[in-house]
Design a protein around this ligand. Structure first.
Ligand code: HEM
Ligand code: HEM
Length: 255
């Protein structure tokens, strides 16, 4: 029997399996150029605004949970420190929420990389193999990383759970606490009040909202470490890609 593998091209050369969310179109581009336009302007703008909002939310959120000692610097009327901290938290919360809806909209109209953060190809065995491969690379067990045009599969898993699910969680729990101050009869309280009762009341909702913060802090630490590490050690650019939108490859090996 002749071995006719669908992976072999007409010329008889080995066709490498697709990595990450690479399409044939992407492959054609990287064999012509060493740079590919990956993250469109709205994605990049959202990334940095969202990162800034989350930073403000973590710092002010921490201070809401563990307030600074009250020091009387002036007459109470002129001193509004905790009020400003809460205001900053709520302002950043609104920015993050509107931004997240905008980002969801962009996943429908943007390029295929803009959809990666919202879906995991769980039934694709090749994708799982790449998640494992990337994990091995992070654990210093693989000598050579793979090339990815969009997010690598491990980053995709982290972004899905910590950001897509994580931000939804923070928005829902945050607004469920916020609803209480809006008061009975308000739209927010009508929609989210029952959820607060379901988890066991305001105190529990505060607690799970705070727990969510620690999950996001863990993501931030790993994410920034990985972005900088990959910028140095991988075969492609990272940080500049989230600034200019363009990914540049350091070698032109076809795999
Ligand atoms: C990444 C996003 C966010 C983080 C890290 C975060 C973090 C926190 C933390 C740590 C607390 C203190 C909880 C406690 O110990 O009692 C808090 C309180 C609160 N957060 Fe957030 N939060 C986020 C998003 C939001 C959003 C989207 C809203 C929606 C309006 C929101 C509304 C609130 C409210 C109403 C409180 C209670 C304020 C108070 O009791 O004075 N948060 N947040
Ligand atoms: C609070 C801080 C941050 C958060 C919450 C955050 C979140 C995210 C998210 C959700 C994505 C996916 C973007 C998308 O598909 O739309 C992403 C990608 C990325 N972020 Fe961040 N980010 C933060 C800070 C940073 C910082 C400080 C850097 C640079 C050192 C950075 C570098 C990158 C890079 C390079 C990518 C693209 C990775 C890739 O191409 O696979 N991020 N970030």
């Amino acid at each position: 029997m002749t071995d006719v593998s669908p992976d072999r091209g007409a010329a008889g050369g080995q066709h490498h399996p697709l990595t990450g969310d690479l399409t044939e179109e992407d492959r054609a581009t990287i064999t012509r150029n060493s740079s590919v336009y990956v993250y469109e302007a709205p994605v990049r703008l959202w990334h940095w605004i969202n990162a800034a909002a989350i930073l403000v939310l973590c710092v002010t959120g921490y201070l809401i949970g563990r307030p600074l000692p009250s020091v009387e610097m002036s007459e109470a009327t002129h001193q509004f420190v905790f009020g400003y901290i809460r205001f900053a938290h709520f302002a950043a919360a609104m920015i993050m929420t509107v931004g997240f809806f905008g980002r969801i909209y962009w996943s429908f109209v943007g390029n295929h990389h803009s959809r990666q953060m919202f879906k995991l190809p769980l039934l694709n065995r090749h994708w799982w193999a790449e998640v494992w491969d990337e994990a091995r690379w992070y654990m210093f067990l693989n000598k050579r990383p793979k090339k990815y045009v969009g997010h690598n599969p491990l980053a995709q898993v982290a972004m899905f759970f910590f950001m897509t699910v994580g931000m939804t969680f923070m928005i829902v729990t945050g607004f469920a606490i916020y609803a209480e101050a809006e008061g009975a009869g308000s739209l927010l309280e009508t929609v989210l009040g029952p959820l607060r009762d379901l988890v066991g009341g305001s105190q529990t909702m505060h607690q799970i909202h705070r727990l969510g913060m620690w999950a996001i802090v863990i993501f931030m630490i790993i994410h920034i470490y990985a972005a900088i590490r990959e910028d140095i050690m991988s075969r492609q650019t990272m940080v500049s890609t989230m600034i200019s939108g363009t990914r540049t490859f350091k070698d032109d090996d076809p795999d």
